[in-house]
Design a protein around this ligand. Sequence first.
Ligand code: GDP
Ligand code: MG
Length: 741
Amino acid sequence: MRAFGNKIKIKEDVKTIRIALAGNPNSGKTSLFNALTGQVQHVGNYPGVTVEKKIGRIRYKGKILEFVDLPGTYSLTAFSIEEIVTRDYVLQEKPDVVIDVIDSTNLERNLYLCLQFQELGVPVIGALNMTDEAENLGIHIDEKQLGRILGIPFVKTIGTRGSGKEMLLDTALQVAEGEIISTARHLNYGLELESQHYRLIDVLKTDPEFGKKYALHWMAIKLMENDREALKKIASEHSNADLVLQQGEIVRSWIEKHFGEDSEVVVCEQRYAYIHGACREVVKHDSGSERIDFTEMVDKVVLNRYLGLIIFFGIMFLIYHLTFNLGNPLSDGIDRFFVWLQDVLVTFLPAGIFRDFLVEGIIGGVGGVLVFFPIVLLLFLGLSFLEDTGYMARAAFVMDKFMHLFGLHGRSFIPMMVSTGCAVPGIMSARTLVNPKDRVLTIFISPLMMCGAKTPVIAMLAAAFFPEHAGTVFWSLWFFGWLLALSIAKLFRHVIYRGEVSPFVMELPPYRMPTIRGVITHVWEKSWAYVKKAGTFILAASVIIWFVLSFPKPHHIYEQHEQAQQQLDSQLQSVAAEENSELLIQNIQDKKDSLDAALAERELKYGMGGRFGQFIEPVFRTCGFDWRMDIALFAGIAAKEVIISTMGIVYGIGETNVERENGNITLKEKLENDPRYNPRKILAFMIFVLIYVPCMATLAVVKKELGSWKYPLFMAGYTLVLAWILAASVYQISRVLGIGG
Ligand code: GDP
Ligand code: MG
């Protein structure tokens, strides 16, 4: 086996064969795509993750194969964005082969889509995926026989392990070269429907140009199904459009009268009847496999309307607790390492700008963020686990009704939950919402969720100021983010976006034991992004912030400071000669220290950053923030992790040389020991961090998704005001009540 996964550039002289991977949601398209191309694409276990087409190329047997991973669909009607993307791709791009990825444990329903591809007139191969699971369930499929009945080749595969991929590739090549015929099939819909069908084909034929462009069999069926998109195409492109549409009308009402059902339903039933018949021929079930259906049993509990909600929030509670309690000691370990590194540098490098830059700017800034790697990693681990077991789809199902209470579409759950990792993909996944109002609304509230970048900030502050209940505080902020997002949605729905919520069908895949490889891929992808961001973006931000906070230096006061110190030094010498002078010496030493501290403080305030912080301080005083916090918040608009970097740098610069040389302590300890802060202020601060202005990457993706800057600007504005109001309320109320002081 050669050349799997080689990244290659296309050369003009080699023929490219284009292969589309389509199939029902969760049938394993992305897994198979990854196995075939050697890429690592996100494998999502609930619909809507793959709305974008993903493309991968490999060289195989002298040909270039280009794979496209299409979004999952059950059908090719044009009811959802996934269906439209898939159908348009197949119709317009005309791939050489469509591989229909089929979940073998659910053959009948999956074949429904397969038939539609055949009717569309494209060459199809059926990949009977999840063979392992089907065998476990005692389902045996005779793929040769199935192929003979349907007239297309079938190959058994296991997407997660990549087994069957050579066979699949060979078959695809043969189909593309015409060595195997994958029949474009017109299904037999029974005598009565057939005669109607041919009447429609006859009128469609009256425009030969139209006939060249579209498969008329398929168009005729779409006419019977009253397919909006197909009707539109006929209306705009067929030269006898009126006649055709009229004939369609007649046929549909004939069917309805004759069968007593909507014509779409009749057509659909015929397809299922055909499939059902085919399956009876080729599927053997192990006799006596009276397996208790695990999935059904668990679902009885998990999908309960009320219990389900408690279970969902309970599971998240556990995840946040575990993340915190397991991650925090690891974080502390890394923290000690960086502190040790700072100590080493302080000891071995001469005092000066360069040392300051390295110790305060780079290690204080980037190190401060890297410290939280274990916490972020564990959070992603928990989320991936939920996704891969199939639980997340259940959560969406239970939350559906709950979301309706707030005027949200059930599918909004997905973008919101993805935003718990990062709002950027969260906002992109809002594309699964077909109704533009639902989509805009979801995009507006997604950044209120606790994301992977706010996580370290909030985890650190919770650990420093609420040591007894840190895990609970951490989760509570996540929960608060949810409630807030939902309430804001309700408000917007009332004020700006009146409208009905459209219905939603949630696909429930069976529970699965996640594969180790799957979970690792998942977690690695996201956590590596965190480290990469620390090494690039956060690094650059830290350098800038260090510079802005360090300069200009108050040169005019240095001389005065030196003189004052020298005076104290000479006092110290004269006193040292006397007897019983310990107390006096201590006294003078204290004076010296506080002079140093005052200098460090003045330097910090004299720098550009310090001046800016003091300038905006009055605005946030109501929330209990001082100018140090204000600078951190301001810098955090670049990325929320930068809040930590900035605090680290502020504390680093604010230290005196003596403190520095006496050995560093961690940022968490510095915050904890700082008499300026108390739980009340920090709680207000955490709430502010959760809500205020989304980071730049999020704002940029909102602009990209919604096409205008007015949306991100509005978001930045409303979140800032909301954050201020809530933080100020929390601070002022707890002050009046006298708690957390
Ligand atoms: P998609 O929605 O069609 O792209 O499906 P995914 O590739 O995201 O797969 C859905 C889930 O099924 C994931 O948890 C995969 O790990 C799992 N999966 C995919 N193929 C197989 C397979 O052949 N056998 C088993 N047991 N699991 C699979
Ligand atoms: Mg996928």
